[in-house]
Write a protein that binds this ligand. Structure first.
Ligand code: UFG
Length: 340
């Protein structure tokens, strides 16, 4: 049976891939996005886009009133860890406070299911690898803290109002739609794989490796890269699981890859060298983040379809090659926000 969903940030990187998965199931999708980071062209035909800001409370109220909604997926967020260290209140307010206000509005409008795009940044520098859902919470940035604020609000919305929620803590979202319709287009781009690809293509200066003196086998940071289509699938499975109650899942492949591993994988798929500079550590980067995703596998049957770094890099490369200007609508990041 067709279901109806509201997707905030559905014009963004991960959100747009979830919207594609919902459309493929035949569901009705309404995207709310202010298009400051999202792209109109990332909302596939079949979904309706409402250009609105979640901080506009009367507008949000009117949108939610146009229910009923089977569930709300919440992706809209500022998401630059480094930027959040410079502008903490902007993140705590724009992500945290606005997210909490969204949850309150959902409760008022009778929404019963909510799926949150959360982050591994909640775990700071973890004591144990791989990181499961019981690992200590210690956000390493205001960005991570802002997601924790929303997770906690969801906990209380569940306890007091019966709102069921799924908090999905992504590790490193990467890759692009295997069908080539969607990809990663941030401004500025800060993520390793698209930067390495563009450096290999000569479209940007050499890649600076942030730190080569970590206590890891090759001295560079280790991350768990997870294909964005696998993330989208995890959202659908977590949604179904809400019928049994609220859930929290860590989402990764359970495999760690160093920055140098990623460089080698990009070189293999592009057939070009990635020009490199060895630079200083980037503030706030934990040495190793690798997920234990057994819980979502056990409870929902989720399994990554694209666990190999080569496939992740190949899909990312195919999209960058076909879209040298990304979505070609460079409106420029979030620069018009008020800086607190
Ligand atoms: N890196 C470089 N050079 C670059 C860019 C990145 O060496 O030019 C390194 C980083 O230091 C890090 C790794 O590549 O070791 C991955 O960096 P990304 O910026 O691609 O991703 P992060 O691990 O910093 O952060 C990502 C998301 C966050 C999220 C976090 C959770 O961007 O939103 O994963 O683990 F919080």
């Amino acid at each position: 049976m067709q279901q109806r969903f509201l997707v905030t940030g559905g014009a963004g990187y991960v959100g747009s891939h979830l919207v594609a998965a919902l459309i493929e199931r035949g569901d009705e999708v309404v995207v709310v996005d202010n298009l400051r980071q999202g792209h109109r062209a990332a909302v596939l035909a079949g979904a309706r886009l409402i250009e609105a800001d979640l901080a506009d409370a009367p507008r949000l109220d009117a949108i939610l009133a146009d229910g009923p909604w089977h569930a709300v997926f919440h992706f809209a967020a500022l998401s630059l860890v480094g930027e959040s260290m410079a502008q903490p209140f902007r993140y705590l307010l724009d992500n945290g406070a606005t997210g909490i206000a969204l949850i309150a509005a959902c409760v008022r409008h009778g929404v019963t299911r909510f799926v949150l795009s959360s982050t591994a940044n909640l775990f700071g520098t973890p004591a144990r690898i791989p990181i499961d859902e019981e690992a200590a919470i210690d956000p390493s940035s205001p960005y991570g803290e802002s997601k924790l604020m929303i997770e906690r609000a969801l906990f209380w919305a569940g306890r007091v109002h019966g709102l069921r929620s799924a908090c999905l803590r992504y590790f490193n979202a990467a890759g692009a739609d295997p069908a080539g319709r969607l990809g990663e287009d941030h401004d500025p781009e800060t993520h390793l794989i698209p930067i390495a690809i563009d450096a290999a293509l000569g479209r940007r200066p050499p890649l600076t490796v942030f730190g080569t003196d970590y206590a890891t086998p090759d001295g560079t940071c280790i991350r768990d890269y997870i294909h964005v289509a696998d993330l989208a699938d995890a959202h659908l499975r977590a949604l179904a699981r809400l019928e049994e109650g609220s859930v929290i899942y860590n989402l990764g492949n359970g495999r760690g890859h160093s920055v140098r591993d990623v460089v080698r994988a990009v070189e293999a798929v592009t057939g070009r060298r990635v020009p490199l500079l060895e630079g200083a550590r980037r503030a706030g980067d934990p040495p190793v983040l690798v997920a234990a995703s057994e819980r979502i596998n056990r409870e929902t049957g989720w399994q990554p379809r694209y666990p190999d770094l080569a496939d992740i890099c190949r899909t990312a490369y195919a999209w960058r090659l076909a879209h040298p200007q990304g979505y070609g609508d460079r409106g420029g990041g979030a620069g018009d926000d008020i800086t607190l």
